[in-house]
Design a binder for this molecule. Structure first.
Ligand SMILES: [Zn+2]
Ligand SMILES: [Zn+2]
Length: 617
């Protein structure tokens, strides 16, 4: 499989527009000429003194010889998900995060979306390590695919204990063996080639989340990872303000920071608040309680257990990913639950309803998840009954709202009382709101700033916050994937973009869905399909009998009058075609397609897929 031809690079179309933008940005000193100019006119005191020393020529050459640090985001800027950033200095390259994204409604049949990491594959000889900030799939999910494509099992994957545990679990599913893991913890300093990396703890919705301070000979970069500033975190691990101020003292040249909630104008509430709401709802009923959440939200899972135990209940876990993650997190000591607080979902019927909490997957309305199955009465062990309580302890990922509403309605029909975050504080975000982001900016005091992890509107909002706290507009870079920032002692400029885009994963095959296939699926799902069957006499291309028109999923396709019209049109097309283009079935097919498509557009404003079947007799 050739990734270059089969992967779909959505951003390629946007390149010309981006080049135009870049020209504007490049009015600041940018390329070689600009950089030299900057060297001699710099306002930086140190550099000025350099220029005034007798050895200035030699020293300037030394400065020139130092390579520039390249920062290349390959994902995470066009959407929330598939986070991946490349850092390159001289002959050394490290990657921070390798995530995936789950597709929305506009990608029918696609299972996953990965960043196009062709650039990494083409420069893999320089790759020294992959650093992962935390265990969420939008930061780890591309790893199995990247590792298989890299063909070098020896690249080191560096992260915290829980994150590596979750990655190892995923690798087992993908049958990846012999991966090299190196466990680090907050507070560790690791030298990787020319990079010096300091890991520091941040507070997020999964334990063991970290940010990374990356030192290079030409400047330092602070990468926050996903974070919030929860002052009452349930595992007691705070975002390490002291470490961040130490980095500020050392000098943060560039900061990359999480923009997910940049347009929410406040502090994000503490995870501890959710625990109170869960306890209150659970204690207010003597029937069963079913809680759906993200399988990766280990803090939330802990809180569900805590609330259940506090109200005298035991917990059954159901849903594959929920079972896997609960098991891994318990084994590693991140989930503190006793064996006797569990019960097997198979024995649910034998336990009184006021002794039961069911923890399951399906908070996004996924059709095959545990919650959807329960809602439709198809779950193997749990049946939702009249009076049961269902808590959706999550937020809808954009694009999933319709699916969730469908599940909530199905649950309501069974007589269940459904709580979601609209009705009670059963979910808080794991990402910092605007006030926290400003606080992070003021503590870290970066010279340059690049918002990451968000759609265009989030990045823009975060850039505005940075300006509010005093970072000049010219020092803020809103990039697109594939863009390159070049950092050296003289400052930051935008460099040449690299190949980038997205790769669709359908089932187990990677990158083999072309845009054409996607377009076909979209046509089929939205406009339906029309088959035109005709039998033609071989010797003179005359029609035998009447053509048959079969329509499926076409709006208005059940209208007999329309069908008649299409049959007549097909007859007419074939009869007017026969005298001129004998024995040329492919051009007859094209003619049929065009004529029928034209009529359908005229009559129903639809463009279904049209498949002419011509049989010769
Ligand atoms: Zn996360
Ligand atoms: Zn994330």
């Amino acid at each position: 499989m050739d990734r270059r031809t089969t992967s779909v690079r959505v951003t390629n179309n946007e390149r010309p527009a981006r080049t135009n933008n870049r020209v504007q940005i490049e009015q600041k000193p940018v390329n070689k000429a600009g950089r030299q100019k900057l060297n001699t006119t710099t306002k930086d005191k140190d550099n000025q003194s350099t220029l005034n020393t007798p050895n200035k020529k030699r020293e300037r050459e030394t400065v020139k010889q130092k390579p520039r640090l390249k920062i290349i985001p390959l994902g995470g800027l066009d959407s929330i998900g598939k986070n991946m950033t490349v850092f390159e200095y001289g002959h050394d390259m490290i990657i921070v995060d390798a995530g995936l994204m789950f597709p929305g409604d506009d990608h029918p049949g696609v299972d996953l979306i990965l960043p196009d990491y062709t650039y990494i594959l083409e420069n893999s000889s320089r790759l020294r390590a992959i650093l992962i900030t935390h265990g969420h799939e939008d930061h780890t999910g591309a790893l199995p695919y990247l590792l298989k494509d890299l063909d070098l099992a020896n690249v080191v994957i560096m992260s915290s204990k829980l994150t590596l545990g979750l990655i190892e679990g995923k690798f087992k599913e993908h049958r990846i063996e012999n991966a090299r893991f190196r466990e680090v913890q907050a507070g560790d300093h690791v030298a990787i080639g020319s990079f010096g990396c300091d890991f520091f703890s941040v507070n997020h919705s999964i334990p063991d989340s970290m940010g990374i301070f990356i030192r290079t000979p030409v400047g330092n970069v602070l990468h926050t990872g996903d974070f919030k500033l929860d002052q009452t975190p349930i595992d007691g691990v705070h975002t390490d303000f002291a470490a961040i101020s130490r980095f500020a003292k050392a000098g943060v040249d560039l900061m990359l920071s999480d923009s997910t909630n940049a347009n929410i104008p406040s502090f994000t509430k503490s995870e501890a608040e959710v625990g109170k709401a869960l306890k209150q709802i659970i204690s207010s009923t003597d029937k069963r309680v079913i809680v759906a959440s993200f399988a990766s939200h280990i803090h939330r899972i802990q809180q569900v257990f805590d609330a259940a135990i506090a109200t005298g209940r035991k917990v059954a876990v159901t849903g594959r990913s929920m079972l896997t993650n609960t098991k891994i997190a318990r084994e590693m000591g991140y989930l503190k639950v006793d064996e006797h607080d569990f019960f097997d979902a198979y024995s649910a019927k034998e336990i009184p309803p006021d002794r039961i909490v069911v923890l399951c997957t399906g908070s996004q309305g996924e059709p095959l998840s545990a919650l959807s199955r329960m809602a439709n009465g198809e779950h193997r062990t749990i049946e939702v009954e009249d009076g049961d309580t269902v808590i959706i302890s999550a937020t809808p990922v954009p694009g999933n709202e319709i699916d969730i509403t469908r599940v909530i309605n199905a649950l309501s029909k069974t007589g269940a009382r459904v709580y979601d975050k609209q009705e009670a504080l059963v979910h808080v975000s794991g990402h910092a709101g605007a006030e926290e982001l400003k606080l992070m900016l003021t503590i870290a005091q970066p010279k340059y700033f690049m918002p990451i992890h968000g759609e265009a509107r989030h990045l823009r909002a975060h850039a505005d916050l940075a300006r509010n706290v005093g970072i000049p507009k010219k020092n803020i870079f809103i990039l697109e994937i594939g863009d390159t920032l070049l950092l050296d002692e003289t400052g930051i400029v935008i460099g040449e973009p690299v190949e980038s885009g997205v790769v669709y994963v359908d089932g187990l095959s990677v990158g083999d869905i072309s845009n054409v296939v996607l377009k076909d699926r979209q046509t089929l799902s939205q406009d339906g399909i029309v088959t035109v069957v005709c039998i033609i006499r071989k010797k003179d291309y005359h029609l035998i009998g009447r053509p048959e028109i079969i329509m499926r999923g076409v709006v208005g396709g059940d209208d007999q009058r329309l069908v008649e019209e299409l049959v007549s049109l097909a007859e007419y097309t074939i009869s007017s075609f026969a005298p001129f283009q004998r024995h040329n079935p492919s051009s007859l097919k094209r003619a049929l397609r065009e004529e029928i498509s034209g009529l359908l557009w005229e009559q129903c404003h639809r463009r279904p897929m049209i498949i002419p079947l011509i049989m010769e007799a």
